[in-house]
Each structure stands twice: as structure tokens, then as C-alpha cells.
Design a protein around this ligand. Structure first.
Ligand SMILES: *Cc1c(COP(=O)(O)O)cnc(C)c1O
Length: 487
């Protein structure tokens, strides 16, 4: 009889439309071995969707510079292009064209040396890390070619940076056999000192890397001073040491709110710049850009030529296949917002960062480690960490949903711990105020748990009642307190 199919027995999966009434919520998902059988798509979706709820809320993840919200229209464009492989340039010439337009717009934003109708030299990458690998390789090749031509050894290249460099520079150095020479920091000075950097330069230095927006406290390094000091040194030595600017976070800030600041190709020694499209470029994770000053700064042997629609399309990336969505989203942001939009957003970020900074100062127990100008981050440390430290604050904020990381500062200042709040475009004033209130509450709670002066009591009765009152508030700490009270 066919009735069983049309009217399944009560209790069988077939008659259940609800995921939560199905057996798929009773079984745990396999962790390390692929299952033998298939499962319904709705059940697979629901299980994975729910498990991912355990992640932090991206909007409250103030550890990251990376964009966490975009407009509906852009989300739509990204979904529409999710099935296009960017590398198929012959098949997707329109996408390639948008990529090239982005490269040109960004290169002009950075004052690259290009004529009005000339094409800029640069590439879209997965992020600043890939961009830095490519820029670093170009410097290494150029230096090697020059040394070979001079009949000099070319096996010990080095790069000079501040000790505050982002980890991708250490990766570059390790992957491509380049020595990383780090200028040490000191208390109160959290970025590279250009004079010290220039002192470390020798004939094997392939470039000095300056950071526009230190990852640790958002501060801009003084690229202009570095350029001037290095020009002087180059004049004396003839080494011609160039500069790379790691503008991962600052590259989409400085052109809009510090247009007078000279940090880019306006300085003659700056030969390449990287920027993360997914940070203040305002695109979701997966896009960065590397731009060269001119054709001469990118050695020809690193460029591969693809023929697309009969025209030559040069490519220089580490990866072959990748998605198109991020590139399309970058183009959307550039034309949708324009300079006007980017300027307003960066100004909002800066103002909200100032509010966070001022409120934190008012609490009274923090030193501010970031500067008012730079990338809108607020880095701060405790004035007194004898009773509780920055890691404890970070942990307690995490329980409230906020991700505010704590970390030691780089070599030279490693005895200082910083807490860091990155103010992104989607951290509204209201949210920023909620954050500061929560930080204040956490500090009050920690003060109660670790009182500066344990209460002095005279007679035993008083002692006991004070102890009981405290114990109610700080049950987990009662052992420690008992010892103090007994002393
Ligand atoms: C974020 C960052 C990087 C790495 O960039 P990705 O785009 O995440 O690869 C490099 N340098 C600095 C200064 C950064 O802030």
C-alpha cells in the first residue's frame, strides 16, 4: 500500500517539517571524519548556523580593523559575483576592468607618478600581507639585480623596520630569507625612530619599511623625516636605499582627513605602498592592494602576462584562483562613497575615538597610549597593575560580549600591556558609550574584588561583620581575604 508514503507513521522523520523535531538535532555532527551518509540541507544549515553563534559578535569585536558591515546593495553585488573566479580574465573582462579602475584610483589617491591617461602599476591581493610579500620581493629582486651588476655579493639582504611591525613582515623575512632588523621602542615611544632606522641601514638593506598606522596604537610613523634622513645617507653612500610604506590601515584615512600629510609617493624614496581594502577601505575580509610608484620599481621578471581580449594584462600575485566579490565590493565603495563619503566616515571614526579616549581618561585609572591623530584606535594601559592587570579587564569584557584585546607592547616597551579599541565605521556613538560604561563597571568590580586598603577593624565583632559583608560580594576571593583578615 502506498499510504505509508502519503501519510507516514507519526514519529517518523518524514512527517516532521521542523528541524528541531528531527533526529538531526539529537545526533552530534561528526568532527574529524567525513560522514558516510548525506543529511538534509535544512538540517545541515541549522546545525552549522547554530554552532557559529558561539563566535563573538563581529560588531563587538573591537580587536579587528577589518570591516564588519556593508550596505545591502553591495552585499547583493558580492553574492551575484561569488561564482566568478577572478583569474579568468578572458572570461570576465568587466571584472578585470573594475580591478584596474580600483588600482588606478588608489594609485592616484597616493600621488603615484602617472600621466593622466597612463595606467598605474599595482595589484589587488588577498590583503596587506600578500601585498607586502609582493612589494618585498620586488625590493629584493631590484637589490639583487643591482648587486649582481656591480659584481658584489647578494646573499645577505635585510629590511629595517620598527619593532612594532605587523607579523606579516616577520613572515616575509622568514619565507624569503631576508634578515629583519628591528628598531627597538621605549616607554612613551611606540613607533620607529627614523634616525635610529637610518643608522641600521647598510649596503645590504633592500628597503626601510615605515608604517602608516602602527598596529599597536594607531600612530603614524614620520615617513617624511625618514625620507629626508635617508636621502642624506644615500647621498653619502650611493646605496639608494628605498622606502616602502605599510599603510594597511592608514592608507584609506590619511588621504581624506590628513591631506596635507606627506607620507606617500610625494616623497621621492617611497617606491611602493600597501593598503588593506578590508580595513578602512570598507570591504569585508579578503582584499588588499599594492601600488608601485612607477614601472621601473617593479622588476619585469615578477610580472606574468595574460592575454585578455587581445590586450596584455600583466599580473603579479602569489595565488592563482580567487573570488571576484571583494574586488567588485571595493569598486562599489570607491564610487558609492567617493572622497566625500570616505572623509565623513573617517571623521566620524576619529570623533568617536576621541569620545572613547576622553571617557576612559575620566575613569582615572588608565594611561592613554595612542595619539589623537592617526588611525582611530584607543590604546590604553592601567596606571597601577599591582592588584589586577589589563588581561583581567579584557577577560571580563569578553564575558559581556566585547572583544578588547590585551597584549604586551613590542620589544623595548614590552613591560607595558596595552588594551586596544579599534573604532570602525560601524561603531556608533551609542555603542561606543555602552562600551565605556561597561569598561567602567568592570573596573569598579575589580576594585571591589581587590581593594587597595583592606579595611582595618578593631574588635572581633566588627571584623567578623565586615568580613561577612565582603564575602557576599566576593565569594570566590574569600580565601585570600580570609588570610588578609586573619593577619
Ligand atoms: C593589518 C595589518 C597588516 C596585515 O594586513 P592584512 O590585510 O590583514 O593581511 C599589515 N600591516 C599593518 C600595519 C596592519 O595593520
Amino acid at each position: 500500500m502506498h499510504f505509508t508514503l502519503a501519510f507516514p507513521k507519526p514519529g517518523s522523520d518524514l512527517c516532521l517539517r521542523s528541524n528541531f523535531a528531527s533526529r538531526y538535532v539529537r545526533a552530534s555532527l561528526p568532527r574529524f571524519s567525513m560522514p558516510e551518509n548525506s543529511m538534509p540541507k535544512k538540517a545541515a544549515y541549522q546545525n552549522i548556523h547554530d554552532e557559529l553563534k558561539l563566535d563573538a559578535n563581529p560588531k563587538m569585536n573591537l580587536a579587528s580593523f577589518v570591516t564588519t558591515s556593508m550596505e545591502e546593495e553591495c552585499n547583493k553585488l558580492m553574492m551575484e559575483s561569488i561564482n566568478k573566479n577572478y583569474v579568468d580574465m578572458d572570461e570576465y573582462p568587466a571584472t578585470t576592468d573594475l580591478h584596474n579602475r580600483c588600482v588606478n584610483m588608489i594609485a592616484r589617491l597616493f600621488h603615484a607618478e602617472i600621466g593622466e591617461n597612463e595606467s598605474a602599476i599595482g595589484a589587488g591581493t588577498v590583503g596587506s600581507s600578500e601585498a607586502i610579500m609582493l612589494a618585498g620581493l620586488a625590493f629584493k629582486k631590484r637589490w639583487q639585480n643591482k648587486r649582481k651588476a656591480e659584481g658584489k655579493p647578494y646573499d645577505k639582504p635585510n629590511i629595517v623596520t620598527g619593532a612594532n611591525v605587523q607579523v606579516c613582515w616577520k613572515k616575509f623575512a622568514s619565507y624569503f630569507d631576508v634578515e629583519l632588523r628591528e628598531v627597538k621602542l621605549s616607554e612613551g615611544n611606540y613607533v620607529m625612530d627614523p634616525a635610529k632606522a637610518v643608522e641600521m641601514v647598510d649596503e645590504n638593506t633592500i628597503c626601510v619599511a615605515a608604517i602608516l598606522g602602527s598596529t599597536y596604537n594607531g600612530e603614524f610613523e614620520d615617513v617624511k623625516l625618514l625620507n629626508d634622513l635617508l636621502l642624506e645617507k644615500n647621498k653619502q653612500t650611493g646605496w639608494g636605499t628605498p622606502i616602502h610604506v605599510d599603510a594597511a590601515s592608514g592608507g584609506f584615512i590619511a588621504p581624506f582627513i590628513y591631506p596635507e600629510l606627506e607620507w606617500d609617493f610625494r616623497l621621492p624614496l617611497v617606491k611602493s605602498i600597501n593598503v588593506s581594502g578590508h580595513k578602512y577601505g570598507l570591504v569585508y575580509a579578503g582584499i588588499g592592494w599594492v601600488i608601485w610608484r612607477s614601472k621601473e620599481d617593479l622588476p619585469e621578471e615578477l610580472v606574468f602576462h595574460i592575454n585578455y581580449l587581445g590586450a596584455d594584462q600583466p599580473t603579479f600575485t602569489l595565488n592563482f584562483s580567487k573570488g571576484s566579490s571583494q574586488i567588485i565590493a571595493q569598486y562599489y565603495q570607491l564610487i558609492r562613497l567617493g572622497k566625500e563619503g570616505y572623509k565623513s566616515i573617517m571623521e566620524n571614526c576619529r570623533e568617536n575615538a576621541m569620545v572613547v579616549k576622553e571617557r576612559l581618561e575620566k575613569i582615572g585609572c588608565f594611561n592613554i597610549l595612542s595619539k589623537d591623530d592617526g588611525v582611530p584606535v584607543v590604546a590604553f594601559s592601567l596606571k597601577d597593575r599591582s592588584r589586577y592587570d589589563e588581561f583581567k579587564i579584557s577577560k571580563m569584557l569578553r564575558r559581556l560580549g566585547w572583544v578588547v584585546p590585551a597584549y604586551p607592547m613590542p620589544p623595548g616597551a614590552q613591560h607595558i600591556n596595552a588594551l586596544r579599541v579599534v573604532v570602525r565605521a560601524d561603531l556608533s556613538r551609542t555603542l561606543a558609550e555602552c562600551l565605556v560604561l561597561d569598561i567602567e563597571n568592570v573596573v569598579h568590580e575589580l576594585e571591589k574584588l581587590h581593594p587597595k586598603y583592606p579595611a582595618k577593624t578593631t574588635n572581633i565583632k566588627e571584623k567578623k561583620s565586615a568580613f561577612d559583608a565582603r564575602r557576599k560580594i566576593i565569594a570566590p576571593e574569600s580565601n585570600k581575604l580570609q588570610k588578609i583578615m586573619a593577619a
